[in-house]
Ligand binder design. Structure first.
Ligand code: SAM
Length: 297
């Protein structure tokens, strides 16, 4: 059986072309690509890449200034936080929630928009594997190029399950059946009609939005649309802990807010959902709101 794309790059001793993440004595990270004959320079001296090539992950290298650095391959969460960005990325904690609660499985046919910097694309591709299909849509050609570069750098080349289209999802999405749709954009409600045509009965729509006003409009529009079961909104927070001797307490700092998530299941055609329908209060979204499918603010 052939290995999944990128797996060989993440196993065995360090090789030329591998990404390396160094950690210094203060816990700071530095990422670079291994090249034969090159030196890695710090303000406390340098060391040759050749010293790492052929060494196992978890090796320690010393600079000419005798500072020790731990060398590991970056994990996907490390990679997406240090890669070049066009738009804001989906944070690893939210990507994990999306993979779990949008039930992204090996072999799944998934649609995603927008692609932004490609953070979520990389998590989705890893979850669906080489035999799934990820159709990604991004309206900005410059962001799509950044995302393509990031994804190909992570997987060591083009991913066989990835198709990236430049354009608005609602204008380009075909009716070809898909199992899951993940939307990370300003106005996901503009895409509901197109999404409802592509999503299989029982399929999952997952929306990631940054603000409460977007969350409210997304949930209400999904409810109003008629093709979806009751949407489930939530957010997640991670609180890291400091554990040293008797000082066992939450860290003083944390990421307080990234975004909100909403999932909703696609109903079978012509079905009335067995739950109470609630309409948004009149004027809740201002005078321009004309109901589901109306334009963004
Ligand atoms: C926050 S970024 C996405 C970040 C991305 N999920 C990641 O993890 O790197 C939102 C992106 O959606 C794109 N976008 C907004 N509306 C869109 C639409 N209707 N169709 C396609 N792309 C859209 C924007 O150009 C922007 O790049």
């Amino acid at each position: 059986m052939s290995e999944p794309t990128g797996a060989a790059r993440r196993r065995g001793p360090f090789k030329v072309g591998d990404q390396v993440q160094l950690t210094d004595p203060k816990g700071r990270h530095y990422t670079f690509t291994l090249e034969a004959g090159k030196n890695f320079h710090t303000h406390k001296g340098s060391f040759p890449h050749d010293e790492l090539i052929g060494s196992p992950e978890g090796s320690v290298v010393r600079t000419t200034g005798n500072v020790a650095y731990l060398a590991l391959r970056p994990l996907l969460p490390d990679f997406v936080l240090s890669m070049p960005r066009g738009a804001a990325v989906v944070y690893p904690k939210d990507a994990g929630q999306i993979i779990a609660f949008a039930d992204i499985f090996p072999g799944a046919r998934v649609v995603e928009a927008g692609v932004g910097s490609g953070s979520l694309s990389a998590f989705l591709l890893r979850a669906i594997g080489d035999h799934g299909m990820l159709h990604s849509y991004e309206r900005r050609a410059d962001f799509a190029e950044i995302a393509r570069g990031n994804v190909e750098r992570y997987f060591g080349g083009p991913h066989p399950a990835w198709e990236l289209t430049v354009g608005d999802l609602q204008d380009h999405l075909s009716d070809t059946e898909v199992d899951r749709v993940v939307l990370d954009m300003l106005a996901p409600w503009e895409c509901l009609e197109a999404v409802s045509k592509a999503l299989v009965p029982g399929g999952i729509l997952c929306c990631y939005v940054a603000t409460t006003t977007q969350l409210s409009r997304t949930v209400e529009t999904i409810r109003e649309h008629g093709c979806f079961a009751e949407p489930q909104p939530w957010e997640s927070m991670i609180r890291n802990w400091h554990v040293e001797g008797l000082a066992v307490r939450p860290d003083h700092r944390m990421i307080g807010h990234t975004g909100f998530l909403v999932t909703a299941r696609r109903l079978a055609d012509g079905v009335e959902p067995p739950m109470r329908r609630r309409r948004p209060a009149k004027g809740a979204y201002g005078d321009d709101y004309e109901g589901p499918g109306s334009g963004s603010r």
